[in-house]
Design a protein around this ligand. Structure first.
Ligand code: PAF
Length: 272
């Protein structure tokens, strides 16, 4: 495994087809499955570990975000990474950096509850694509709206990369893998899988032709009954990430809810 800590050093590595897995570290089985897939499909795999400050709001968890760097290197190498790219914040962000705003797909949901978040994501992903020059880049569909934003970014800015979106990896009890699950208290960890159960129930209701408004408000009620503080529970078209009542290949149920101090997000393809 080669650890590279500057853009110049990365450029000196001889690479053919490059699979790229951008991460903020604190790797879990979801990340590792992206790295494994990238390894199967490319000559070399680059994993970036960079906790991107511009995608955190002022009251978010930037300073306490987990940073187990040595462990991340070991796990990434075992999964097939050839290079860990972990640049400094100073090298990536000059003062007054140019920021990228992707319109439409960022207006609702996470974009509404985390203002500026997707400008940070779009900017760092665009910069990393320019630096790493990957053939293919791998993202988990757990962050569905992030995938929609990156898809539009790549199309609109003509990035020459093939995007591969991979299914959410779940714990045995259904909880979607996330680095932030580590924040959950033991009792909240027991409640957390209810999110996925409620998504599945709502999916069944909608497929049984229950009125979407009714099914969605019942899901909100179930989240509250289980002790969550929901930000949203919605049926969206993932091309626009805006609310829909249409049920087709593009329809997804999306949810964000707080449990104690941890904010969880999840989604489910309706015709999955
Ligand atoms: O999904 C993430 O971990 C981050 O949003 C990403 C894509 C690495 C950008 O910082």
């Amino acid at each position: 495994l080669i650890v590279v800590k500057s853009i110049g050093d990365l450029k000196r590595e001889p690479l053919n087809s490059i699979g790229f897995v951008p991460t903020m570290g604190a790797l879990h089985a979801g990340h590792l499955s992206l790295i494994e897939r990238a390894k199967q499909e490319n000559d070399r795999v680059v994993v970036s570990v960079f906790v991107n400050p511009t995608q955190f709001g002022p009251n978010e968890d930037l300073s306490k975000y987990p940073r187990p760097f040595e462990r991340d290197c070991e796990l990434a190498e075992k999964a097939g990474a050839d290079i860990i790219f972990s640049p400094s914040v100073e090298e990536i962000y000059p003062t007054n950096p140019t920021m990228i705003h992707v319109p439409i797909v960022t207006h609702f949901l996470e974009g509404e509850f985390r203002p500026g978040h997707f400008d940070g994501v779009a900017t760092i992903v665009s910069k990393l694509f320019n630096i790493v020059q990957p053939t293919r880049a791998y993202f988990g569909l757990k962050d569905l709206q992030q995938c929609a934003v990156i898809r539009k970014l790549v199309k609109d800015l003509n990035h020459a990369v093939e995007l591969i979106f991979c299914d959410t990896v779940r714990e045995l009890d259904g909880l979607a893998m996330s680095s932030r699950n580590a924040y959950l208290s033991q009792s909240d960890r027991e409640i957390a899988p209810q999110i996925y159960r409620i998504l599945r129930l709502c999916q069944a209701d909608l497929l049984n032709h229950i009125e979407p408004k009714l099914a969605l408000s019942s899901s909100m009620g179930q989240l509250l009954d289980n002790g969550f503080e929901p930000d949203y529970f919605a049926l969206v078209d993932w091309n626009t990430m805006s609310p829909t009542e249409v049920i087709d290949e593009n329809s997804f149920l999306v949810v964000a809810a707080r449990l104690g101090t941890t904010r969880l997000i999840d989604n489910l393809k309706l015709l999955g």
